[in-house]
Design a protein around this ligand. Structure first.
Ligand code: PMP
Length: 282
């Protein structure tokens, strides 16, 4: 039986219910984090909780519980579900208020923690994804994009469009044609010994895996740098990969049907990331 934690109470998933007036259901007025759990330890807990609390602060959403409670409940939930290699999802919603967009009166935010199976990773080779450029564009440097909010309609539709074209992930561009990120991932490209990724100011989510890869890169001889780019830059790169907590590093093998070059650097970075994630409590 899969158990979830709703506002501090452990319940079978099918018995955990929230209101049809909950603002995350009505407007996507909430936030979430997805963490990968290795050997029972959520990786980069502090970084994920920092992002959650920072986003909540930007939205004027009061966190419904403390970080310590979220951690102890998350660990207990993993224990109850017997999962040590898993995904942990933390959802916070502004809860119920009066009718309409105004958040006035929504004073009782709610929270949910759930666990999900992790896709096992082949240690010898990152997952491989074909990319399709999304037809929907993000506004240039959209200030809402760096929040990991529950309003993900553009990402949902972009992903569906990519999948309808036989691809695995959508590449999101801004209205000026610049590359921002994937629908569920950050994007990197390799040029010689340079490792490049669009800056957060371009509208990309400040990905936790992105940060970890930028930190690991110098040890492997890469010079990490933030840089804006176009799809043509990705096509000219020595290698392109994506990062996301659930799948770590993912090799991008093609963009809109054009094969992308593959760099051995992607595999080295993936190996280094795997060593870091599996090196014990974080
Ligand atoms: N960008 C978007 C839009 C995302 O939803 C995600 C998470 N799935 C990422 C990037 C990657 O972030 P992280 O490395 O923190 O999982």
């Amino acid at each position: 039986m899969n158990v979830v934690c709703l506002n501090g109470e452990f319940l079978p998933a099918e018995e955990a219910k929230v209101s049809i007036f909950d603002r995350s259901f009505l407007y996507g007025d909430g936030l979430f984090e997805t963490l990968r759990v290795y050997g029972g330890h959520p990786f980069a807990w502090t970084e994920h909780l920092d992002r959650l609390e920072r986003s909540a602060g930007r939205m004027g959403l009061r966190m419904p519980t403390t970080r310590d409670t979220l951690r102890s409940m998350s660990l207990e939930l993993l224990r109850r579900n017997g999962q040590s290699e898993a995904l942990l999802r933390i959802q916070v919603s502004r809860g119920q208020g009066s009718r309409g967009y105004s958040p006035k009166g929504a004073e009782s935010p709610i929270w949910v923690v759930s666990t999900h199976p992790a896709t096992p990773q082949d240690p010898a080779q990152p997952t491989r994804w074909r990319l399709a450029t999304a037809s929907m564009r993000l506004a240039v440097s959209d200030p809402l994009n760096p929040l990991k909010s529950s309003s993900k309609l553009l990402q949902v539709l972009a992903r569906a469009e990519a999948e309808s074209q036989g691809c695995d992930e959508a590449l999101l561009l801004d209205t000026a044609g610049g590359v921002v990120e994937g629908s569920s991932s950050n994007v990197f490209w390799i040029l010689g010994n340079r490792l490049l990724t669009p800056p957060v100011e371009s509208g990309a989510l400040p990905g936790i895996t992105r940060d970890a890869v930028l930190r690991i890169a110098p040890d492997l001889g890469f010079i990490p740098r933030e840089s804006r780019c176009t799809p043509d830059d990705l096509r000219a790169a020595d290698g392109v990969f994506l990062t996301l907590s659930s799948l770590e590093l993912v090799t991008a093998t093609a963009l809109d049907g054009t094969p992308l070059r593959e760099s051995p650097g992607t595999r080295s970075l993936h190996e280094a990331y795997q060593r870091q994630t599996r090196s014990g409590p974080h």
